[in-house]
Structures are given as C-alpha cells and as structure tokens.
Write a protein that binds this ligand. Structure first.
Ligand code: PMP
Length: 285
C-alpha cells in the first residue's frame, strides 16, 4: 500500500516524494529531524517536538521554511491522510539541494518532509522480560565536536555504537561520553533506580534531551518518586536496583542485563513497571 507523504507544502503519493541527489541532507547528513508518535489520534507532545526541531535547526543555521503551526498541521494531516490513529511520524528538514561542497550557503530550498507509518522498535518479549545491552566502545560525540542535543540527520555516531550492540547480539547499546560517564543509548535515554530514587544523566553528559525522558521525570514526580539528574558511571548501572530506557519509538523498556551483569533481580522491577503503566496512561489521556 502506497503511503501519503507531506513534501514542503502538499501531500503526495510516496512514489512522488523524492529529493534531489544534490540535497545536502543526503550528501552530508546536513539537516534535522524528529520522531513523533500519535496515540488514539492525538500526537504526543507535538509542541515539545516542534520546539526541539526548531532549536536543532537554529543550532545549525537552518531556516525552516514553514512556521511551527504549519508544520504541526502537516504532521496531523499526514497521519490523517494515512488513516493512522496510532502511528509514528518522521519529520525531516534537509538543507536542500546545493553544489558539491560543504557550504550550506550554496544550497537552496530546505525540504520539509513528513512520513507517517507504524513502528514496533523492539519485540514484545523485551518489554515483558527486559533487554540485554552492552557498552559500545564508540563514545558519544563531545558537544565541542557535535552537540548530542542537536537531533541532526548525521546519526553515524549512534549507528557505529548500534552496530557494536548488534554484533554482540543486543538490540541496544550503551554509549559513554569522553569522560567515561554514561550518556545514553543509541536511540534512547537511560534511567536507573538506586535506593528507590530515579537517576538519569544530565544534559551536559552528552545526551539528546528526550521528550519521553521529560515525561517520565514528570510522572515520577507525580508518583512521589524522587528523580535526580546526576553523572553516572557504569558501576552505577551494574549495581542499580532497576534500569530502563525511554524513547518515542521504544516508549519505556526495562533493561535486565548490562555487559553480562544482571541488573537487580534481572527482571523488570516495580518502579519500572509503575512508570511504564503511568506512561501508557499518560499517552492515552
Ligand atoms: N537519545 C537519542 C540519541 C535519540 O535518538 C532519541 C530519540 N530516538 C532519544 C534519546 C529519545 O528521545 P525522545 O524521547 O524524544 O524520542
């Protein structure tokens, strides 16, 4: 079945949704993106995703040719055009076509693309039994090289780490920053529970500030679970009572083994289960 794609200012069948081979998004990974999700016909935290998209674009001097309200409408319209009440949206803004050099000033017409589809990132059993993950040797990029806070089309740093995970038989991999502290996983943020408190690395540990991460921190507050952003090292993960990951596609997923060490009782823990249930209730509210 052919999908309907939003391209710049209108909806087109996927066969007609094409970009130039000179687009710097393709040539250099020069562009930004978002992954969003809709539940029962409502896009979860659309404004937060748009704010992050425009902030990422601002950081790379990319002028998005549409106002936020127009992009919001494009997201909603694309989901509707594909009859998706529960769907995943990939919102992409490329630098546009230019010459065969890096200079972004020699490009024209950034492309605004909205793809709506369904997603199931991890098999159901991982949500029930928990994930095994390994630490990748590939470090998360330092902010001084490329800030992980920019959700750019250049995801090779994460893909290199993901490859390491896959080669070790794991669907996710943990990434450390240049100081050896825990940053995040290749496409998900990390939380641990210690002494009944929720701990997660702060933005300056080299993470993308996940929208799901923010939602889970709010849910913890509402549930009376103290949540702190603190620098964590692998020892903190190995010795945690519980560990879980968050992301738009992954939602909340328990981690039960890290680098061959069992986490807690090696089954999804009570706080993880509570926050997972609260998250599912929140997205349907
Ligand atoms: N970290 C990285 C590197 C990501 O790509 C993502 C999004 N897939 C996340 C964290 C989670 O962010 P969010 O909850 O906004 O999807």
């Amino acid at each position: 079945m052919s999908r309907i794609i939003f391209m710049n200012d209108h909806l087109v069948p996927e066969e007609q949704a094409v970009v130039s081979v000179f687009d710097h998004g393709l040539l250099y990974g020069d562009g930004v993106f978002e992954g969003l999700r809709s539940y029962a016909g409502k896009v979860f935290r659309l404004d937060d995703h748009l704010d992050r998209l425009y902030a990422s674009a601002r950081a790379i001097c990319l002028e998005i040719p549409l106002a936020k309200a127009a992009v919001a409408k494009a997201v909603v319209d694309t989901l509707a055009a594909n009859n998706l009440a529960d769907g995943y949206v990939r919102l992409v803004v490329t630098r546009g076509a230019g010459s065969l050099g890096l200079d972004p000033n020699k490009t024209k017409h950034p492309q605004v693309i909205v793809i709506a589809d369904t997603i199931s990132l991890y098999p159901r059993e991982f949500y029930e039994k928990g994930l095994r993950i390994v630490t990748a040797a590939t470090q998360r990029t330092q902010s001084a090289a490329l800030s992980p806070r920019i959700k750019s089309l250049n995801y090779l740093n994460n893909i290199m780490a993901k490859l390491e995970g896959l080669q070790a038989g794991c669907v996710e991999a943990l990434m450390l920053n240049h100081k050896g502290e825990v940053a995040e996983c290749t496409g998900d943020n990390v939380f641990v529970i210690r002494g009944g408190k929720l701990l997660t690395p702060p933005p300056d540990a080299g993470i993308l500030e996940g929208i799901t991460r923010g939602a889970v921190m709010e849910l913890a507050g509402a549930a009376g679970i103290e949540c702190r952003e603190v620098a964590l090292v692998r020892h903190d993960l190995y010795t945690a009572e519980e560990c879980f990951l968050t992301g738009t596609a992954a939602e909340v997923i328990p981690v039960v083994e890290i680098d061959g060490r069992k986490v807690g009782a090696a089954v999804p823990g009570p706080i993880t289960k509570r926050l997972t249930a609260d998250f599912h209730a929140l997205v349907r509210r």
